[in-house]
Ligand binder design. Sequence first.
Ligand code: AMP
Length: 186
Amino acid sequence: MRLVFIGPPGAGKGTQAEKIVARYQLAHLSTGDMLRAARAAGTELGRKADQYMSAGQLVPDDLIIALIRQRLEQPDCRGGYLLDGFPRTIAQAEALDLMLAEKGTPLDVVLELQVDDEAIKQRLAGRGRADDKPEVIAQRLVAYHQQTAPLLDYYGRAGLLRSIDGMGTIDEVFARVRSVLDPLAG
Ligand code: AMP
């Protein structure tokens, strides 16, 4: 199964992503995790990405697309993967479509986790990551609504979008995830 997981920052996407990759045995491709690793390792990519990440802004598309292109070549992606935090812009989605069309491996589903902004602000305020300061959170939400939310239309038109309610306990939300993904799992 090849799936894209979309949701605002703080929607509980990371937690659900862990459960999804375990249940369906998928590689977990989180661009946020890759960028944080690059930053911690002090690579050129990490240094370039840091200025955007710490301001709550999206890292430029060309850097992210190159990162994902390389990652998709790794052998563990052959058995299916979950894209977590990518694509975040229409340009990234179009680049992904092209890459996957070249490989003959289209996406199976795009899963959206829906959580309203107020719930997100409360959740993120309790999390304590460096980019979780209130002003950075607000900026990340702006980036989500302006740049990432248009993907919902994009994938809706492609007939790939399935949206679920992200409110409730981890298990309640995961039951909704399973009701969408179990029928698609081979
Ligand atoms: P995340 O952990 O997915 O919330 O990502 C943390 C930060 O990394 C984001 O606020 C962005 O600055 C950057 N980032 C992660 N994924 C992407 C992406 N696909 N496009 C642009 N920036 C990204």
